[in-house]
Design a binder for this molecule. Structure first.
Ligand code: FAD
Ligand code: PYC
Length: 403
């Protein structure tokens, strides 16, 4: 049926690199592309190249389980995550590209007394922050998720933190939509262009070395998730970030059986159903640092075993595919959006297991910082200096995934 489909226009151009750009963004994942997009849209800066070592969206942006929510605890977090969630609401119209945002609701199960107290606290914090969440009873959980078993032997469901306007989006489409819009503004997206070195002059960035030659720039934005430590090393500084693999898997497709997203953080598993009918499943991160993009067998077994207790129907499903992505974890499980010790060089990383939801908000805040050469209100709390000052933004509970 596809043989007649020829002559389609390219979604984004594939130009030769120029000698120099005003801004180079390293990394064509969602965060890098959104940074470029908002540099053009909000600040009129279009002399921009986005450099990608592989293919666009081939990093964690194309490997995640697409959960979008903003039910974090700290004010700084809810500000940037809720900005992002709100931008997702209108993103298809903004980009004229269907990113399939589906605000179907996200539920975080409380399966211990400790979690009940934690989520009640988060619901109250969210109320003060203007983020719509509420704690719901086991009966409401059962009504919204008929396939759930409330009286599991180890971890009965005691309630849940419910965010009705949270949900999912199509991850590739988010990257492709931003890329098309950047290309339409005349920006260069250079795939198969790995950055291998950072050049500087008198303490300020002057360009990068790449597998496609040296390219000069006035400002550099490093947005490479699990590879941030390597890029920081090239730019001459160290980051408080560890790279570990987080993995996910999908089952064979089945008829619609669950129309919300459920996260069961005590048993270390989460679940949603894709438009194709596959159950999309994820668990905790690997317990050791690595760059494998594969994940480990014992995690698959542990995740499925844990979820079967709460979702017995899973035991009858065949699992189809499994994959991993290298996530960048900070000690307080909050991101870094920051100027760096190298003048003109800015970094956006540390989104760890939870940065897909943050792509629009993070791009907005990063573009503001690069354009003005100073962080704006959304980015300011997430500077590198917080690790020196002990001013952590602790989101280890809201991060949702065991690490
Ligand atoms: P990436 O998409 O990884 O982009 C970085 C890019 O930089 C890559 O394309 C890489 O090739 C490129 N790069 C690296 N080094 C270089 C170099 N030297 N030169 C040029 N380019 C380079 N988040 C959520 O919010 N919800 C979820 O449900 C969720 N589930 C997840 C499930 C899994 C299995 C994984 C792995 C992650 C999940 N996440 C989730 C986290 C989310 O995927 C990431 O936080 C987010 O995608 C990071 O986006 P990014 O653009 O920063 O990184
Ligand atoms: O941040 O919501 C999240 C998430 C779910 C699965 C992985 N990350």
């Amino acid at each position: 049926a596809l043989t007649g489909h020829t002559g389609w226009p390219r979604t984004w151009d594939s130009p030769l690199p120029r000698d120099r750009y005003k801004v180079i963004v390293v990394g064509a994942g969602g965060h890098g592309l959104a940074t470029a997009y908002y540099l053009g849209r909000n600040h009129g800066i279009t002399d921009v190249a986005v450099l990608e070592k592989g293919w666009l969206g081939g990093g964690n942006t194309g490997r995640n389980t697409t959960i979008i929510r903003s039910n974090y605890l700290q004010d700084a977090s809810s500000a940037i995550y809720e900005k992002s969630r709100a931008l997702y609401e209108g993103l298809s119209q903004e980009l004229n590209y269907n990113v399939m945002f589906s605000p179907r609701g996200v539920m975080m199960l409380a399966q211990t007394e400790h979690e009940v107290r934690g989520y009640l606290r988060t619901a109250r914090a969210n109320y003060l922050q203007g983020v719509e969440t509420r704690f719901i009873t086991p009966e409401e959980v059962q009504k919204r998720v008929p396939i759930i078993r409330l009286d599991g032997p180890r971890y009965p469901v005691l309630g849940a933190l419910w965010q009705p306007r949270a949900g999912t989006a199509r991850h590739d489409a988010v990257a492709w939509g931003y890329a098309r819009a950047c290309s339409a503004m005349g920006m260069h997206i250079l795939e198969n262009c790995e950055v291998t070195g950072v050049r500087s002059d008198a303490g300020r960035v002057s360009g990068v070395e790449t597998t496609r030659g040296a390219i000069g720039c006035e400002r550099l934005a490093i947005v490479v998730a699990g590879h941030s430590g390597r890029l920081a090393q090239m730019a001459g500084f160290r980051l408080p970030v560890e790279s570990v693999t987080l993995q996910a898997l999908v089952s064979e497709p089945v008829k619609p059986c669950m129309d919300v997203v459920v996260m069961a953080n005590t048993v270390h598993g989460y679940l949603s159903q894709s438009d194709k009918g596959e159950m999309v499943i994820g668990g905790g991160a690997d317990g050791f640092n690595n760059f494998t993009q594969r994940g480990s067998w014992h995690h698959i077994e542990e995740t499925v075993r844990a979820l079967v207790e709460t979702f017995p129907m899973l035991s009858r499903l065949k699992m189809l595919r499994q994959w991993g992505g290298v996530v960048d974890m900070t000690g307080d499980r909050s991101p870094i959006l920051s100027p760096t010790p190298l003048g003109g060089c800015y970094i956006n990383c540390g989104w760890g297991t939870g940065g897909f939801k943050a792509i629009p908000g993070s791009g907005w805040a990063m573009a503001e910082m690069v354009a003005n050469e100073a962080p704006g209100p959304l980015a300011a709390p997430f500077g590198l200096e917080r690790f020196r000052e002990g001013r952590f933004i602790d989101e280890s509970v809201a991060a949702g995934v065991a690490h």
